[in-house]
Design a binder for this molecule. Structure first.
Ligand code: ADP
Length: 491
């Protein structure tokens, strides 16, 4: 068990590496089972970690429950100060955290650095918001009473995070929970547990009291998920991942009517109308489609382009996509890293094959690079129709399918014809059209003339089967607070 030289070689100083070693030691209940973490670009072994199970999840929940009331009772200013120190430490260690992230997840180092700073911005935001948990008073219908609401933390929160944003997902979940006064238990994705571990090292250094933040390394999510959902000491589950697992967790939480925040799959439409600025739309589409190699829940999954501008857009877009360099995230100038694993590549290949069999055309890319690798060429497909798999399912890869459309009514109907409702994007200049389409799209977030909208200052989240709850802004804090109505009589 331990971390390897392959990981350490990327780090600037040995300090974080040594500290990370110290949090990989499990408790006395550990069975001795381990799991390995690999670099998806090279296949190199990065770490062998303890595979913790139900017993350890139980122990972590007990620790959180024991710390809960003291943490909740701490003045907001003190909780805020610890969060602020955690933020400062994350920023101070940005290079090491980004290197760990690129090593275990594959994304280009510059993107990894951006993600770590984005993570820090959530911690900073909630350090500030912690001090602004306001109650409310209500004018009573009679003079002999007073009516008011106070806000209190929901209690211990169990969180489960995915591999595609292994640093920012940790911050987006646990910093509002901690700000609200909740103790947390986190299980990071098995593919990318190391950056979460390093962030926990820094959290300890920031001074969170013992038991307030608890980390579980596990090779499999299911046993940990079952324990978090069934243990009555856990009052809320916050999960980001697939709709399938989100549905399962919600079902498991129903016995205890446990609160859930779910950030699940998407099938984002990206619509280019005939009055759009085509050059800007091309840039926006490159960002919305190829950031993180298309492995984000808000990735543009289907690109709809109105007939009059279809050919011009497709031509410029293909030219731009051909410029994207694929490779190891540590190499300079790389824009697209590897897919997380071979299953991801197989899904992408199946989606491309389905599109070609039904009349689609490859305009660039279309193939895996090498026979066994996890790299895939950035790909543009045209001649796509709404019924093909690329348009119906979340591809989670660097494939951009372009669908031609004629009218606003048609494109809005097709864009909304999905079980998902996370993010949508459109480019248009006509103000009347902008308002009409923004209001008609059934999505939790709509990017208008931009391909990028995630920010700690705004509520991120979906409707329909894309989820429940919001992350970011003051709304993200509300998700970890209970409202208590106090009625004072006989005044
Ligand atoms: P992805 O397909 O992106 O890996 P998943 O929903 O499978 O998405 O995984 C997201 C997170 O959920 C990971 O941390 C994973 O370990 C965890 N997970 C997977 N299956 C379950 C489950 N049955 N119960 C709880 N957590 C799970």
């Amino acid at each position: 068990m331990g971390l390897t030289a392959a990981l350490n070689k990327h780090l600037r100083a040995g300090e974080l590496f040594a500290a990370l070693e110290s949090v990989t030691r499990p408790s006395a209940k550990w069975t001795g089972a381990t799991f390995d973490v690999f670099n998806p670009s090279t296949g190199e072994l990065l770490a062998t970690l303890p595979d913790m199970g139900t017993d350890e999840a139980h122990a972590a929940i007990d620790a959180a429950a024991a710390a809960q009331s003291l943490w909740a009772a701490k003045p907001a200013k003190d909780r805020s100060a610890i969060l602020r120190r955690w933020h400062d430490l994350i920023v101070e260690h940005v290079d090491d955290l980004a290197a760990i992230l690129t090593a275990e997840m594959g994304k280009p180092l510059a993107e990894a650095k951006g993600e770590v700073l984005h993570a820090a911005s959530y911690v900073e935001w909630y350090a500030e918001e912690a001090k602004r948990v306001y109650g409310e008073t209500f004018p009573a219908p009679a003079n002999d009473r007073r009516m008011l609401v106070i806000k209190q933390p929901v209690g211990v929160v169990g969180t489960i995070t995915p591999w595609n944003f292994p640093a920012s997902m940790v911050a987006r979940k646990i910093s509002p929970a901690l700000a609200a006064g909740c103790a947390v238990v986190l299980k990071p994705a098995e593919q990318t547990p190391l950056v979460a571990g390093a962030m926990f090292v820094l959290a300890e250094k920031a001074g969170f009291p013992k038991g307030v933040v608890n980390l579980i390394y596990a090779a499999e999510g299911a046993p940990i998920g079952r324990e978090l959902c069934s243990n009555p000491k856990v009052r809320k589950i916050s999960f980001t991942g697939s709709t399938e697992v989100g549905r399962l967790l919600m079902r498991q939480c129903s016995d205890q009517i446990k609160k859930v925040s779910l950030e699940l799959g998407g099938n984002a439409p990206f619509i280019v109308f005939d009055d759009a600025d085509i050059d800007e739309a091309v840039e926006g589409a490159v960002q919305a489609k190829f950031r993180n190699a298309g492995q984000t829940c808000v990735s543009a999954n289907r690109i709809y382009v109105q007939s009059a501008v279809h050919d011009a857009f497709a031509e410029k877009f293909v030219t731009r996509v051909r410029e994207l360099t694929v490779g190891d995230g540590f190499s300079a100038g790389v824009a697209i890293g590897p897919m997380i694993d071979s299953h991801a590549i197989e899904k992408i290949e199946a989606h491309v094959a389905d599109a070609l069999a039904k009349g689609g055309e490859v305009r660039c890319g279309g193939r895996r690079i090498g026979t066994n690798g996890t790299f895939f060429e950035p790909t543009v497909l045209t001649g796509i129709s709404h019924v093909m798999r690329v348009a119906q399912e979340e591809t989670f890869g660097p494939i951009a399918p372009i669908i031609r459309f004629e009218t606003t009514e048609q494109v809005v109907a097709e864009a909304n014809d999905t079980i998902y409702g996370l993010a949508a994007y459109f480019y248009a200049e006509n103000l009347k059209r902008v308002w009409h389409v923004a209001e008609a799209l059934e999505y939790g977030m709509v990017g208008i003339n931009t391909g990028r909208m995630s920010s700690e200052a705004a509520p991120f989240g979906g409707i329909k089967q894309s989820g429940i709850g919001r992350e970011g802004s003051r709304h993200g804090l509300e998700d970890y607070l209970e409202m208590k109505y106090l009625c004072m009589g006989n005044i």
